[in-house]
Design a protein around this ligand. Structure first.
Ligand SMILES: Cc1cc2nc3c(=O)[nH]c(=O)nc-3n(C[C@H](O)[C@H](O)[C@H](O)COP(=O)(O)OP(=O)(O)OC[C@H]3O[C@@H](n4cnc5c(N)ncnc54)[C@H](O)[C@@H]3O)c2cc1C
Length: 367
């Protein structure tokens, strides 16, 4: 089948690679250059949580993903995930922390927040009143290395990846006109992140595009630390990054934006992140050494949305939404293949337009 994939962030790359491997004639279109920093997938690292507290569907997806990450690592010839362990934390009674504990295969007792300082040799600190769940099956993904690997692997498996090609919005069928030439496909998968609502306006009301900023913090004597996800008002998340830095982001802070006009990070972003660094990272300098902006595409219930277009035959919206999609990357190609084959798994159905209540509401903290 001739398949177009619109958008080559982590979702589009995974889909293009998998469908090419399955024998489809795949062309991926990307408006920017390879490894660009404009959408949602750029940056050195992302958090992996094999037991995400977002709900059972995500746990099933993550478990599928863990096996598939191993396959990718074999093909890449290098590790793509470092299993550092994680600390899922929040004010006492946090539903997110309770869900992490409940969904875990080894539901150990919760810790009080002040246990974290000695546990991490003084590198991380949390208030006594917080619940903390230690998750062994969490770690950090080498995100840019994964994108670089997929760019190579998708091409090796026969996908054509056309960069610098912007598909005109809105999409009107599975045929596209690019540089005066018409390309016709049997199916199109729109994995356009924050731009998906422009390409498929029927979904625009359900896809809010939000600006987020992450910052890197340094310490004199770096040490490998666990990832953190905190269910507080700001939804702080943190993870080790290359060169001994620790990266912090705020899952719940940042307004709506036009993906084509996103403000660069400013002093206010630095101040908000510094405030959290001063609380959580006693051995790091509170001023970030670097800031980077990124886009979240958020649905009203903060779940992913993978939905066939009602307006156009054989067009699928594939939106790895709401700031927690990277960890499932290897499964995205599998889900797209299930849709093409008309054989959806329970996971694909649960993320579709007619959710049947088996996707849980998400807590504030996740990444
Ligand atoms: C700050 C931040 C931290 C995050 N942390 C984590 C984490 O720790 N763990 C985790 O699992 N997830 C995390 N996420 C979420 C994860 O990164 C995203 O879910 C994922 O990257 C989404 O990928 P995507 O391919 O859907 O979107 P994108 O990466 O935005 O890709 C969409 C692509 O489509 C292209 N495109 C759009 N329109 C067109 C067009 N008309 N023609 C051609 N190309 C087009 C864009 O240029 C872009 O490259 C984080 C996200 C952010 C922003």
């Amino acid at each position: 089948m001739k398949v177009a994939v619109v958008g080559l962030g982590i979702a589009g790359l995974s889909i293009a690679a998998r469908l090419a491997l399955a024998g489809h004639d795949v062309t991926g279109f990307e408006q920017f250059e390879p490894m660009h920093e404009n959408g949602s997938s750029h940056g050195d690292t992302r958090i992996m949580r094999a037991t995400p507290g977002e709900g059972e569907v995500y746990v099933r997806l993550a478990r599928r993903a863990v096996d598939a990450w191993r396959t990718w690592e074999g093909l890449a010839g290098r590790p793509l995930i470092e299993w550092t362990g994680g600390l899922m934390a929040g004010p006492r009674g946090s539903p997110f922390v309770a869900a992490c504990q409940r969904l875990s295969r080894e539901p150990a007792a919760l810790l009080r927040g002040d246990a974290i300082h000695p546990l991490t040799r003084g590198y991380l600190a949390m208030p006594y009143e917080w619940d903390v769940f230690r998750q062994e099956d969490a770690g950090v993904i080498a995100a840019d290395a994964t994108r670089a690997f997929l760019l190579r692997q998708a091409a090796k498996w026969g996908a054509r990846l056309a960069h610098g090609k912007r598909i005109a919005a809105p999409i009107e069928s599975t045929s596209f006109r690019i540089d005066g030439e018409t390309f016709a496909f049997d199916a199109a998968i729109v994995a356009a992140g924050g731009w998906a609502g422009k390409l498929l306006p029927e979904f625009a009301g359900r896809l809010a595009v939000k600006r987020r900023v992450v910052g890197w913090f340094e310490t004199e004597t770096p040490r490998l630390l666990p990832v953190i996800c905190i269910d507080n008002e700001e939804g702080v998340f943190g993870m080790p990054a290359p060169r001994g830095y620790y990266k912090l982001g705020l899952h719940a802070v940042g307004g709506e934006t036009d993906p084509d006009h996103v403000h660069e990070p400013d002093e206010r972003d630095a101040a908000l992140l510094s405030e959290q660094a001063a609380l959580l990272l006693p051995k790091h300098r509170a001023e970030p050494v670097r800031l980077q902006r990124c886009l979240y595409t958020v649905t009203p219930d903060e779940n992913f949305l993978i939905a066939p277009s009602a307006a156009h035959e054989r067009v699928l919206l594939f939106s790895a939404c709401s700031g927690h999609g990277f960890k499932y990357a290897p499964v995205f190609g599998e889900l797209a293949e299930e849709w093409l084959n008309g054989a959806p798994s329970a996971e694909l159905e649960a993320l579709g337009p007619h959710r049947r209540g088996n996707v849980n509401r998400l807590g504030a903290a996740k990444a």
